[in-house]
Structure formats: structure tokens, C-alpha cells
Design a protein around this ligand. Structure first.
Ligand SMILES: NC(=O)c1ccc[n+]([C@@H]2O[C@H](COP(=O)([O-])OP(=O)(O)OC[C@H]3O[C@@H](n4cnc5c(N)ncnc54)[C@H](OP(=O)(O)O)[C@@H]3O)[C@@H](O)[C@H]2O)c1
Length: 265
């Protein structure tokens, strides 16, 4: 039975992945910062805060003792972050990057020895189509997601000799609770951006209400895992979301920025 470790298995995309993969016969080890708050799950939940070195080490000890190895690591834990680039607070920038980039890579480093024990180790990092472009008021989030995509490219080449595959999954909007824990400035801190930020937030909320479900992302992952080889990158989302990075690459840069600004007007 393949052993899958999924960070952030307590809600949204991670929970959907854990549920589906455990139904499909994988041995699923999910993680959460407060596993005691989640009960009646069909999979195990281990305590792990990706921003804490100590927590990562404790989780790895527990997983080595109980499961011995990991065949698939799905780096899903992450937080949302919105606001004008110019007014982002240092503590928000640090928290978002500690979670979405440094934590993800620290977890990967720690669990590599367990993946080496598998005869076909696989890593799937949850990036975002939003990481393909600098969107207004999502610059810091987009940059973090873009970073893990680049790091994933390097990692894939470096781990090839060890037989470990690396894939970055790039979802478009997914209907989860991510906005509830999102880091963002207060209305007063928005200053001259107040009106345009509120307008964009309304558009985003509307888009989120029509977005794909986390189960769609989970079933994409299940399909990818059935493949003989993982793709380096894979996008999942609406036709428009998947098309946007292509339009960005094919059109003049000013035109693309005009299109994005027009979309959020
Ligand atoms: N929703 C979208 O539209 C969308 C689109 C593209 C990509 N993504 C990415 O998909 C991933 C999952 O997002 P989601 O929408 O499912 O959000 P979510 O419902 O808010 O779930 C986030 C998960 O991450 C965990 N988490 C947060 N901070 C953590 C930390 N410091 N250490 C360990 N775990 C932590 C949470 O667990 P606990 O709070 O229980 O610890 C939770 O299980 C994220 O990486 C996100 O950036 C989301």
C-alpha cells in the first residue's frame, strides 16, 4: 500500500485529497497544526506546523516510527495573502512566505530520506495558476507560488538521478475556506487603494462562489498518480484560468496588463 503524506490535510484541497486517496486504497497521513480538533476522519492526522522547524522534526520522528517511509509527499499546506504590494506588512509577508515557500521546502528537505526508501518517490507541490502572473493586490502571494514552481523545476532535475519525480500542480480558483484565514490589511491601511481593493474583493468573492470544488483538484491528483510518469507541471481549472498564462506569453506585456486591469474594473 502506497504511503502518502499530505500537509494541510484538515480542510479544503488537502482534506479532499486525503479523503479521496484513502478511499482509493492509499495509506494516507494527513497533517494539521491542531489534529485534536478534527475527528472521525478516514485517515491519520499528524501534528505539523510547516513554519516551525521543531514541529517538522517531531512530525518526521512520529512518521518514521509509525510508517517507516513515505512514497508520495503532497505539499499542500498554505495560506492566502492579499493587499497592495506597497502596503504589505512585514509580519504578513514573513508569515505567508514562511508557510507557502520556506515551510514547503523545509518539509521537502526533511522527508526526502523517507522518500528515498520508496522505489518510486513522488512529490507534488500545490502551486497556483496565480503564480504565473503578478495580479493586482495578490503580488506577494503570486510571487510565493511562482517561487515554488521555479524551485520545483530545479528539484525535479536534482532528484531525477534518485528516481524521485516532482510535479507542481497549478489550480485556478478553488471553492475553499482559504479567504477566512487570509492575511490582508485593514480597511484603513489600504489608503488610496480602498475603493479599488473593495471592488476587486467583490469580484473575487463572486468568482470564488463559482469556482471548482476541492474534490476536482483531488481527483486530478488521483489521476496524475495513476500515470506512469508525473508531469513537471499540470494546471487544473476553468478554460479561462488555464488560457490566461498562454495569453500572457503570447501577447504584448502592456496589452496583457490592460486585460487584467479591465477584468477587475
Ligand atoms: N483555494 C484556492 O483558490 C487555491 C488556488 C490555488 C492554490 N491554492 C493552494 O492550495 C493549498 C490549500 O489551500 P485551500 O484553499 O485548501 O485552503 P484552506 O482550506 O484554508 O486549507 C489550508 C490548509 O493548510 C494548512 N495550514 C495553514 N497554515 C499551516 C501551517 N503553518 N502549517 C501547517 N499547515 C498549515 C491548514 O491546516 P490547519 O489550519 O488545520 O493547520 C489547512 O489544512 C494552499 O497552498 C493554497 O495556496 C488554493
Amino acid at each position: 500500500m502506497k504511503k502518502v503524506l499530505v500537509t494541510g490535510g484538515s480542510s479544503g484541497i488537502g482534506l479532499a485529497i486525503c479523503n479521496l486517496l484513502s478511499n482509493e486504497g492509499y495509506e494516507v497521513i494527513g497533517t494539521a497544526r491542531n489534529p485534536e480538533r478534527h475527528s472521525a476522519l478516514s485517515f491519520s492526522l499528524v501534528k505539523l506546523d510547516v513554519t516551525s522547524e521543531e514541529s517538522i522534526l517531531n512530525a518526521s520522528k512520529e512518521i518514521i516510527n509509525k510508517w517507516g517511509k513515505v512514497d508520495i509527499l503532497i505539499n499542500n499546506a498554505g495560506i492566502g495573502f492579499m493587499g497592495p504590494v506597497a502596503y504589505a506588512k512585514s509580519e504578513h509577508i514573513k508569515k505567508a512566505w514562511e508557510t507557502n515557500v520556506f515551510g514547503l521546502m523545509r518539509v521537502t528537505q526533511e522527508f526526502l530520506p523517507l522518500l528515498y526508501k520508496s522505489n518510486k518517490g513522488r512529490i507534488i507541490n500545490i502551486g497556483s495558476i496565480g503564480g504565473k502572473m503578478g495580479l493586482p493586490f495578490r503580488g506577494w502571494y503570486s510571487a510565493a507560488k511562482g517561487s515554488i514552481e521555479i524551485l520545483g523545476e530545479s528539484l525535479a532535475m536534482e532528484l531525477k538521478p534518485m528516481g524521485i519525480e516532482v510535479c507542481t500542480l497549478l489550480p485556478g480558483d478553488v471553492r475553499t475556506e482559504i479567504a477566512h484565514s487570509r492575511l490582508e490589511p485593514t480597511i484603513d491601511e489600504l489608503k488610496e487603494y480602498k475603493e479599488s481593493y473593495i471592488k476587486m474583493d467583490e469580484i473575487l468573492q463572486d468568482e470564488m462562489s463559482k469556482a471548482m470544488t476541492p474534490e476536482t483538484v483531488a481527483s486530478t491528483i488521483a489521476k496524475l498518480l495513476r500515470r506512469k510518469r508525473l508531469p513537471l507541471k499540470y494546471s487544473v481549472g476553468s478554460f479561462l484560468h488555464k488560457l490566461t498564462p498562454i495569453i500572457k506569453n503570447l501577447t504584448p506585456q502592456r496589452f496583457f496588463q490592460w486585460l487584467v486591469l479591465r477584468h477587475y474594473k
